[in-house]
Ligand binder design. Sequence first.
Ligand SMILES: Nc1nc2c(ncn2[C@@H]2O[C@H](COP(=O)(O)OP(=O)(O)OP(=O)(O)O)[C@@H](O)[C@H]2O)c(=O)[nH]1
Ligand SMILES: [Fe+2]
Length: 283
Amino acid sequence: MDVQDLKPPKPLYLERVGFRGVRRRTLLETPEGPITLDLELDVYVDLDRSKRGVHLSRNIEAVEAVVSERRARSIEGLLRAIAKELLSRHGYAEKATVRARTRYYIDLEAAGIKGREPVGVAVTVSLTRSGVERWRVAVSVRGMTVCPSAQTTIAEEEGIRDPSKAPSHSQKVLLKGTVDTEKVMVRIEDLARALLLSFSAPTFTLLKKPQEARLILEAFTRPMFVEDVVREAAWRIAAIPYIPGDALLQVEAVSLESIHPHDLVAMLRSRVSEVRSLEPERS
Ligand SMILES: Nc1nc2c(ncn2[C@@H]2O[C@H](COP(=O)(O)OP(=O)(O)OP(=O)(O)O)[C@@H](O)[C@H]2O)c(=O)[nH]1
Ligand SMILES: [Fe+2]
């Protein structure tokens, strides 16, 4: 009998046992065409109290079986297939959890500028043997803000009639949106776009002089606190129609303040239904 199958000295249930950071490249045959993804995978199963260890090589065999098939049409399909493969190879497990970290490229249009922009992605599925499927999609993006407080102060002090023409401090903001759902997975593109449009202005990989000027002028007409960015992002995420009302969303912004040696953070957590129930103040 394998050591793994022996009764453990202390028979305690383990929620997750597996490998973290398994690197694999895969090709997804998506409806928009083939996408190659470099994945960093975490692959876990639970372990009941009767067994000392998980037969861990099977976690890699499950990944290899699915990744080499190259049949997945989406990251959702790929992760669900690996989770099912884990449960089939570990007859003693009740739950499989698979997490993939990767980078997507999103078509973005703002201030009349078009670009294909990188976003950080982490998708987690947890699947039980009875078929309960839970998803967590987290997308991280970068944008810029213009501070409304400094802009107003300077406009008043300098007698500048149109505040958007007053200088202010502007900084890069790291914004992360996470949505937890059952059964349906939030599309990465939808979550990414909701976040990218929640800044004073998004960042673009390529900016020629006229575009750079237009982006900055646009940003100065949309000054935002870091709190405004988080609320705007929550609002836009909740506006994604197919997300169930009981889904949980979390938005966190880290503003790399240009005038301080430290950063500024704002975070909100809410049920999507709660955000949807608010009537926006007409600005
Ligand atoms: N459960 C457990 N396994 C470990 C640990 N350290 C190393 N291993 C793994 O043990 C694995 C080999 O055991 P198994 O996966 O059972 O390999 P096997 O018995 O040849 O294959 P199966 O017949 O599928 O069980 C290696 O892939 C190691 O990664 C540990 O701390 N706990
Ligand atoms: Fe084994």
